[in-house]
Ligand binder design. Structure first.
Ligand SMILES: Cc1ncc(COP(=O)(O)O)c(C=O)c1O
Length: 351
């Protein structure tokens, strides 16, 4: 604590990201990155863009990238907003759509950045308790006082809601914004992007960090009615005109255009996930039905913290949350087949 900190800096409880260890030769299954490299076309594009034009500011409206996203999702261009990772899009959305004295609703077990943004902006919120099996009790998200936000599929539980369930949440909050954070949607659940044509209160947020292997480039986007997008632009343009740099703009565009590579890599991850899921069940883990690129697992007997520590000693990083209700669970990102083999060997030994 410093006497120079503002009340805001004093009052905030920052988000703590998963570790990014500096050593080589570790197996990194702790931050849900994609184990496959970005598309070769992305790398080629980035190399070509590393040129003298970097002296110039990038396009503040990200016109070309916005157009590619709009075409990809069959929405008008003014239904798209891009940002520096979906975290930034989320941060702007909290400012654009939620008010101080009206409680926002989100699940009690969810992406831990939501309460951080709410606290930073002094927004009040209510954490809706998930059912025993960690499914979302959708009716409890109806008629939310200040709006709703949840990931679909949810993180860290890995469970997905059906398209109809998400639609019912949107329908039952006609006067408030419902934000659906689809960070993991490409690994097996249905996107509700098509609903933006019908509901002016729905904002869908996606990222290129997971299914497009571009966590390091920092690109995320939102799709929603043009008035919601204008709200986001008002916040962005009061903060930083150039949230995406020249490399990010062209790299993201190339990634979205290479649909073959995208489909090939995400299918491989889904396949590995299903195999590892079965192997973990054989080792007496309870494995939640994942629609993501990670598994949320609990062993019948062994302590999650102990397994986490033992794996780490052996150079395998998974995520452990020392939080009520989930402190017996581990979140394991799906890596390469070889990496998952090493994980399973280690687990057999530890258990
Ligand atoms: C549910 C969820 N939303 C958003 C993000 C942020 O992704 P990014 O800022 O890399 O786009 C993450 C990252 O792990 C996440 O799990």
């Amino acid at each position: 604590m410093s006497k120079f900190w503002s009340e805001t800096a004093r009052g905030t409880e920052p988000y703590v990201p998963g570790e990014q260890p500096k050593m080589n030769h570790i197996i990194k299954l702790n931050t849900n990155e994609n184990p496959y490299p970005p598309s070769p076309k992305v790398l080629e594009t980035l190399q070509m863009a590393a040129n003298a034009n970097l002296r110039l500011y990038p396009d503040p409206m990200a016109e070309e990238l916005t157009e590619v996203i709009a075409n990809y999702y069959h929405v008008p261009k003014n239904y798209v907003f891009v940002g520096n990772g979906s975290d930034e899009v989320l941060a702007f959305s909290f400012l654009a759509f939620f008010n101080r004295n009206e409680k926002i609703f989100f699940p009690d077990i969810t992406y831990s950045f939501y309460p951080v943004y709410a606290n930073l902006y002094n927004l009040s919120y209510e954490e809706i308790e998930l059912n025993e099996d960690f499914t979302i009790p959708i009716e409890k998200l109806f008629q939310a006082e200040g709006g709703v936000i949840f990931p679909n599929p949810n993180a860290p539980t890995s469970l997905g809601l059906t398209f109809n369930h998400v639609e019912r949440i949107v329908q039952n909050n006609p006067n408030k914004v419902v934000i659906v954070d689809e960070a993991y949607v490409d690994f097996g659940s249905d996107s509700v992007v098509p609903l933006v044509h019908r509901y002016d209160n729905l904002l869908v947020i996606q990222t290129l960090s997971k299914s497009r292997s571009l966590a390091g480039l920092r690109v995320g986007f939102a799709i929603g009615n043009e008035q919601l997008i204008e709200g986001l632009n008002r916040i962005k343009n009061s903060f930083n005109s150039y949230t995406l740099d020249r490399l990010a703009l062209v790299g993201a565009k190339a990634a979205l255009e290479d649909t073959d590579y995208f489909n090939e890599t995400r299918c491989k991850i889904i396949e590995t996930r299903e195999e590892v899921c079965n192997e973990l069940k054989d080792l007496h883990f309870k494995v939640l039905d994942s629609k993501t690129n990670f598994l949320f697992v609990k062993h019948e007997q062994a302590s999650a913290k102990r397994i986490f520590e033992k794996l780490k000693e052996n150079g395998i990083y998974v995520r452990y949350f020392n939080k009520p209700r989930i402190d017996q669970y581990l979140r394991v990102t799906i890596g390469l087949n070889e990496e998952m083999e090493v994980l399973l060997e280690n687990l057999r030994e530890i258990l």
